[in-house]
Design a binder for this molecule. Structure first.
Ligand SMILES: C[S@@+](CC[C@H](N)C(=O)[O-])C[C@H]1O[C@@H](n2cnc3c(N)ncnc32)[C@H](O)[C@@H]1O
Length: 281
């Protein structure tokens, strides 16, 4: 792993997991409630190195992970949390080179995770109606050095998306069922749709809308995450946990079925592939 350089955003991590972000500048000082650290003591130092405050408190110099960045971003809206983001990235098959639309941008938490997954040659098109949200999200994404490949679009998605044939599309807006026709227009056949909503009532409305097609393999799920106290002699869950964040829905968009044919040969030929498996034994 390379050493920390001037201009890098580094993480100071304590043994107990306390986290501080520092933008390294020659001659600056970082103040914690447990003492001061000179930036110069970190510039050029290898990651993993212990750095000690003038009050003898030890922190470790780390390169921030995407998880660290997500938990530290400035929030101006409800954000999507890592426990959902993990599922979203896998279900939408996010990998380098993929093109994905999301709406709304909000604070940009999902934007950051998507950008991280599709870089270096993919694209994230992030739609948002409110300029003040876009401003914060842009800054969050820039701070995490994830701007390359992210295009922010100030637009009400009711007017449709400006990007088409995308591999995946994710909706985190209040009434996602209103925008399914627009999503269908923008998604490539075979593409992945993902939606997050906080209530089961919204899932029901969404299912009714998706029933009109062209979606298959619909999945509805929630993710429950429980942290444990990491004490070898007394391993047990933390006393409190996050009870609820949201429900996720995923589906695959398919192409139109061919029109019924008048070809008599086609009508009479047995379609061996469409028979149930048992018939082939
Ligand atoms: C819950 S926030 C999104 C949070 C974001 N996924 C994150 O992880 O930070 C929902 C956002 O959708 C935006 N929004 C709502 N309706 C919209 C629409 N029709 N077109 C574009 N953006 C919309 C809102 O302004 C709001 O910022």
């Amino acid at each position: 792993m390379p050493a920390a350089q001037i201009g890098d955003r580094v993480l100071l991590l304590s043994k107990q997991g306390r986290r501080f972000f520092v933008d390294l500048r020659r001659g600056d000082r970082f103040h914690t409630h447990k003492g001061i650290i000179e930036h110069d003591a970190m510039i050029g130092a290898p990651y993993g190195k212990p750095v000690i405050t003038h009050l003898n408190e030890v922190y470790y110099l780390m390169r921030p992970s995407i998880h660290d960045e997500l938990m530290a971003l400035k929030r101006v809206t409800q954000i999507i949390y890592p426990k959902e983001i993990g599922q979203i990235l896998l279900q939408l098959d996010m990998r380098p080179g993929r093109r994905v639309i999301e709406a709304g941008t909000g604070s940009g938490a999902l934007t950051m995770a998507l950008a991280n997954a599709v870089s270096p040659d993919g694209a994230v098109y992030s739609y948002e109606t409110r300029p003040e949200m876009l401003k914060v999200a842009r800054r969050n994404v820039e701070r995490a050095d994830l701007s390359a490949g992210v295009e922010f679009v100030e637009r009400d998605i009711a007017q449709g998306f400006l990007h088409h044939d995308v591999d995946a599309l994710f909706l985190d807006v209040r009434e996602p069922w209103d925008y399914i026709p627009q999503a269908v227009e923008a998604l490539a056949d075979g593409g992945h749709l993902g939606v997050l909503v906080p209530t089961t009532n919204q899932i029901v409305i969404l299912l009714q809308e998706l029933d009109r097609g062209p979606f298959i393999a619909i999945q509805v799920l929630e993710t429950l995450l429980r942290y444990y106290k990491p004490v070898p002699g007394r391993l047990r869950p933390e006393d409190t946990m996050v009870g609820h964040t949201g429900y996720l829905l995923f589906a695959r968009k398919v192409g139109k079925r061919p029109e019924p044919t008048d070809d008599p040969a086609r009508k009479t030929a047995p379609d061996i592939n469409s028979r149930p498996l048992e018939d082939l034994s």
